[in-house]
Design a protein around this ligand. Structure first.
Ligand code: ATP
Length: 548
């Protein structure tokens, strides 16, 4: 079976991303900051193109008069741009203040911190010594990692590893502790030399905290950086209904930064502490919500395919009942087989959740919990709401059917950075092309969809004389108002093609001797390498049509 986890391929993608200016480590000259990433000149263009595609395809370009295939009816879309810091009560009512946490565990010896649910382990024994060896690796990587740690712990040479006696299956440390088969004192931490250095797990809220105002100091000044963009949409639901002419069913889209103080950021930009989300909250009649949920799940799946992600590397996974949040009626994840994951493992790109009326009711009534199958306001020991809602009426009045109800919500929630990473991984190819002398030359090429490509076309005069640069500059100036393009006259044409291939530029236009005679240029296709001659006057139209 083909091994999917290809760390060396991933390393080459990361190195290209850095070398060509797609993605840099944040604050790199100071040693970097874990979990934070900057987008370089090519990266910012790629990410902007991705967000523009989403905004155009989902929000601005939506045809509200048509019934899109699979949709129960026509619907409207509106946009919004909310603040990162919101009233602290927002997070209390949404549940993030009490519940948005992970369990972390520290190692007193290595001073490293792990997510408790990410540690796996197995019992190992050698000559009367027994220890539960742990690793923070998962999937295919976990067994060799455990074996290497056990070998080191028992002080064995490579040829002695067969002397280790293993017992029990490799599994979650947390589950083993919960079932009582071991205590943390028996566990050898992933980076420790002796057992018993792991601390008791502690809860850790993932929201970044800050203080508002110059005289900040008491609890009333505490505020949080939003961990998702969604809540800004819910608290503005009434504003949008009252000020625009939208009628249910309709959706509100927002793109913006979110922050999560992830315990172990890793896998390049996949798990970052600052990232961007592209979220839609879609409001519909409760009776139609199941149909809308299916529509959005399928629509979002198709969006990734239309932009060129390889279907065989994508997976649409419906959550099992026991995976669903207490308020969710259904959730599906769109996942991608990233090269840093073990074979058969997928990483989430987007979640599509049927959230019922949980969010709007939470902001009306206060933080909700499920009791005897129903959502009710959580109360404290004094019988009062634990976190009081806004008290504002967020129900919707349908003036045609004369009904009042709290709309149900379908939420397609995507990560812009994870999508960029998936498109980068998917686009990365290594192949061979003939050079100018017809000899095979290996090349790295980013086969990005033209809509996503940072540069759409490169204009290359074959030589820097004979009037070729002048024709090329005229073409560059004609094309530039319509699309991102570059003029490049430096180096051999082969090297210039190679530079553009690495940047993912779909089309190269070469001005040569024949151009001067018949006013045609060579159009080279990045993926097929087919070269065709095109009248110079038709280039702008032709490329605009291809991008439309
Ligand atoms: P995960 O389980 O991987 O932490 P999640 O289920 O918590 O993700 P959601 O809360 O559903 O994620 O957020 C919606 C989307 O936001 C995710 O599908 C992902 O694309 C993006 N996202 C969430 N957390 C991060 C992160 N730390 N770094 C980058 N993108 C993220």
């Amino acid at each position: 079976m083909e091994k999917q986890n290809d760390q060396s391929r991933m390393d080459r993608i990361v190195s290209l991303a850095k070398r060509r200016g797609f993605i840099f480590q944040s604050s790199e000259i100071y040693g970097g900051l874990n979990g934070f990433w900057d987008y370089g000149p090519l990266g910012v263009a790629l990410k902007r193109n991705l967000k523009d595609c989403w905004w155009r395809d989902m929000v601005a370009g939506h045809d509200e008069l048509a019934t899109i295939q699979g949709a129960p009816s026509p619907y409207e879309m509106a946009g919004l741009d909310c603040t990162i810091i919101m009233h602290p009560q927002v997070w209390k009512c949404s549940g993030h203040f009490d519940l948005f946490h992970d369990w972390m565990i520290d190692c007193r010896e290595s001073k490293r911190r792990y997510r408790y649910d990410h540690l796996n382990g197995r019992w190992a024994a050698h000559r009367g010594k027994k220890v539960f060896v742990t690793t923070d690796q998962s999937g295919d990587e976990a067994p060799p990692s455990i074996a290497a740690k056990a070998q080191k712990f028992f002080g064995l040479r490579a040829k002695q590893v067969d002397e280790i006696e293993w017992s029990g299956d490799l599994g979650s440390l947390a589950a083993a502790v919960a079932s009582g088969v071991l205590t943390l004192a028996d566990a050898l931490g992933p980076d420790a030399a002796a057992p018993g250095t792991l601390t008791e797990p502690r809860e850790f809220n993932l929201m970044f905290e800050t203080r508002i105002g110059a005289l900040a100091g008491n609890d009333d000044d505490r505020a949080f950086l939003r961990p998702e963009t969604a809540q800004g949409i819910f608290v503005n639901f009434k504003n949008v209904v009252d000020t625009s002419r939208v009628r249910v069913p309709f959706g509100i889209g927002q793109i913006g930064k979110s922050f999560r103080n992830e315990i172990t950021p890793r896998n390049f930009t996949f798990r970052s502490r600052e990232f961007e989300q592209m979220e839609i909250e879609f409001f519909c009649r409760p009776a139609e919500s199941a149909e809308w949920y299916r529509y959005w799940r399928d629509r979002r799946w198709k969006w990734y395919l239309d932009l060129g992600l390889t279907e065989g590397k994508l997976q649409l996974r419906e959550h099992d009942k026991d995976e669903l949040s207490h308020y969710s009626v259904g959730t599906a994840d769109i996942e991608y087989a990233f090269p840093f994951l073990a074979a058969g493992e997928f990483g989430e790109l987007e979640g599509i959740a049927h959230r019922g009326d949980f969010d709007l009711r939470s902001h009306m009534e206060g933080k909700l919990v499920r009791k005897d199958g129903a959502l009710v306001v959580e109360t404290g020991d004094d019988g009062k709401p634990r976190h009081r809602g806004s008290g504002k009426d967020l129900s919707y009045f349908d003036d045609i059917s004369r009904e009042r109800y709290v709309p149900h919500v379908i939420e397609p929630s995507a990560g812009a950075d994870r999508a960029v990473l998936a498109f980068l991984c998917d686009a990365y190819h290594e192949d061979e092309v003939p050079d100018e002398d017809g000899k095979p030359r290996s090349r790295t090429v980013m086969k990005l969809h033209p809509r996503l490509a940072p540069v759409k076309a490169a204009i290359l005069p074959l030589v820097k004389k004979d009037g070729m640069p002048e024709v090329a500059i005229d073409l560059y100036r004609a094309l530039k108002p319509h699309m991102a393009c570059q003029y490049d006259e430096k180096g051999s044409v082969g090297r210039r093609y190679a530079r553009q291939d690495e940047a993912g530029t779909p089309w190269c236009l070469t001005i040569d001797g024949q151009t001067l005679a018949d006013k045609t240029v060579t159009l080279r296709d990045r993926d097929t390498l087919v070269q065709t001659r095109v009248p110079v006057g038709e280039v702008v139209h032709m490329l605009r049509d291809r991008l439309a």
